[in-house]
Write a protein that binds this ligand. Structure first.
Ligand code: ASP
Length: 331
């Protein structure tokens, strides 16, 4: 029997048309599907239009809408495909990985760098591949793009224009598609039934360090948020001038969560290596991202802080792997 797939449209380039003010999402999921007549041989698709936004406009409230939609229709379908803009797809994929945990059914995000109506487009192959993956034994949230299957917690947009838009950071591809056939390398773990969450705390900020920066921006963000992720340099550390150590200590004393990550795309942080990072971890007790992507760190903190503000519990949950988001052993 043919698998039943729910195709959920949220916008993005894939659904965009040329307007006087640039590309804007206008096509419905039915219109997208009309470009792919051969899909009827792969699966039985039902269409739903949840949103039609450039993903620049997608917020964590929209992640909750997507998760709620999947929860509502979970029993009626074998798999789910969300079409989504590429710009923030990695954040949404991470968000959904925390909001829907252990799903035995595939939840696949895809999109395109060129609209489906253009002569040269990646839309058709990406959407066909995503629908095919949604019929396979591929549990959990993933991004299917340019012939690769990337875990939802490991994706990052690493190219702004070419079709090969996404990379899997610090983790292998789950599989690849060759001529429409999925070669699955890894089967993600799952549970008998998914666990859905419906709370996020969006008071999570991200600060990218530049040489010579002082504590002012960190103070500003820590005053207004419950957690701050600091993208530091190399394997991690904070400048010894500029008052950063006092800043972090003061705000942690007032209950804020501080996570140090790295601006370097691959291989992650290791705060204990250099003097500039050592005390942060040993004495101040900041958390570190290790091999997690920045997108996953932000989404994971929103999910954790949606459940608890207790520091020990935040730390425990942060270092507990979810959907293969962290491999590095917590000390
Ligand atoms: N700006 C678009 C979006 O993220 C880009 C894309 O979809 O490729 O919605």
């Amino acid at each position: 029997m043919m698998k039943r797939i729910l195709l959920i449209g949220t916008g993005g380039t894939i659904a965009s048309e040329v307007t006087d003010s640039g590309l804007a999402p206008e096509l419905t999921t039915e219109q997208l599907l009309a470009h792919l007549p051969a899909v009827s041989e792969i699966c039985d698709v039902e269409c739903m239009q949840l949103l039609n936004l450039d993903s620049t406009n997608i917020t964590p409230a929209h992640w909750l809408e997507m998760a709620n939609c999947i929860r509502k229709y979970y029993d009626g379908y074998d798999g789910f495909v969300l079409t989504h803009g590429t710009d923030t797809m990695a954040y949404t994929a991470a968000g959904l990985s925390y909001l829907i945990q252990g799903s035995p059914k595939p939840i696949v995000l895809t999109g395109a760098q060129k609209p489906i109506g253009f002569d040269s487009t990646d839309s058709k192959v990406n959407l066909t591949d995503a629908l095919r993956c949604a019929t396979e034994d591929l549990p959990g949230v993933s991004i299917v793009f340019d012939g690769k299957v990337i875990p939802g917690t490991r994706a990052k947009k690493t190219r702004s224009k070419s079709f090969q838009a996404f990379s899997s950071i610090n983790f292998p591809y789950l599989g690849v598609l060759r001529d429409g056939v999925l070669l699955r390398y890894i089967r993600p773990e799952c549970q008998v039934a998914p666990v859905f969450y419906d709370q996020l705390d969006t008071a999570v900020a991200l600060l990218k360090l530049v040489p010579g920066m002082g504590r002012e921006a960190a103070d500003f963000l820590l005053e207004r948020n419950h957690a701050l992720v600091i993208e530091s340099f190399g394997v991690g550390g904070l400048p010894e001038s500029g008052g950063f150590y006092a800043c972090v200590r003061d705000w942690m004393d007032r209950g804020r969560i501080v996570v140090v990550t790295t601006q370097v795309e691959n291989e992650g942080s290791d705060l204990g290596v250099y003097h500039v990072g050592h005390a942060l971890k040993r004495r101040l007790g900041v958390l570190e991202a290790y091999d997690m992507t920045c997108e996953a760190v932000v989404a994971k903190l929103m999910w954790i802080l949606g459940q608890t503000r207790d520091r020990r519990e935040v730390e425990r949950l942060f270092y507990t792997p979810v959907a293969r988001d962290i491999l590095w052993p917590a000390e």
